[in-house]
Design a protein around this ligand. Structure first.
Ligand SMILES: O=C(O)c1ccccc1N[C@@H]1O[C@H](COP(=O)(O)O)[C@@H](O)[C@H]1O
Length: 208
């Protein structure tokens, strides 16, 4: 199973989290977020990482040009679209960045959003489901209702996100069978500052 730890800001934390077992690290490219990092800061983290780990930039309603420029400057291998990006936008971005993994994130408000999520599967590489919050785009610590996700089985790989912690991840994975999980605020001491003990605890829980 893929394990993505998101909201990395510090090279030493990125390197340690990769060595603990993360398969992907995420970098917030949304300026309004307290976890925002510039392309130069992302590059400084990526320079310390093993080649095989996925390096995902998180964007929300950015232009294709801005995304492409950030990818080129930083060395990202994937982009997570966490805003209101349309199917057409995802399709065009995939054409212009054919070697980059395109992940469409959907913030789930009600069960209609599962149907909406499935309409993207042909046009992206991966889906990500996060919890809806009226004021914040992500990194909210809010969980999805995992019971409603038991039958979610799209035609492409998908990440479960939203409020996952070392304490609740086992319960989530008993109920839901995603291709990967994504954690941010559940393994932090403060926004953008990862708690390495919590990350260790997470990987211990995932071994069982
Ligand atoms: O983390 C942020 O600040 C953020 C800002 C804008 C869009 C997405 C953001 N984070 C994403 O939120 C989810 C879940 O986070 P959490 O585990 O509930 O804290 C995760 O996919 C992050 O990539």
């Amino acid at each position: 199973m893929r394990v993505k730890i998101c909201g990395i800001t510090k090279p030493i934390q990125g390197k340690t989290i990769a060595s603990l077992g993360a398969t992907a690290l995420g970098f917030i490219c949304v300026r309004a977020s307290p976890r925002y990092v510039t392309p130069e800061q992302i590059r400084a983290v990526i320079d310390e990482l093993p080649q095989q780990i996925d390096k995902i930039g998180v964007f929300a309603n950015s232009s294709k040009e801005e995304i492409a420029q950030t990818v080129a400057e930083s060395g990202l291998t994937g982009v997570q679209l966490h805003g209101d990006e349309s199917i057409e936008f995802c399709q065009q971005l995939r054409e212009s960045l054919p070697k980059v993994e395109i992940i469409k994130a959907l913030r789930i408000k009600n069960t209609d959003d599962f149907t909406k999520a499935k309409t993207y599967t042909k046009y992206v590489d991966t889906l990500l489901l996060d919890a809806y919050h009226p004021q914040q785009l992500g990194g909210t610590g809010k969980t999805l209702n995992w019971d409603t996700l038991q039958k979610f089985d799209p035609d492409c790989p998908w990440f479960l996100a939203g409020g996952l912690t070392p304490q609740n991840v086992s319960e989530a994975l008993e109920k839901v069978k995603p291709s990967g999980i994504d954690l941010s605020s559940g393994v932090e001491t403060a926004p953008g500052d990862k708690d390495l003990d919590k990350v260790r605890d997470l990987f211990e829980k995932l071994k069982n």
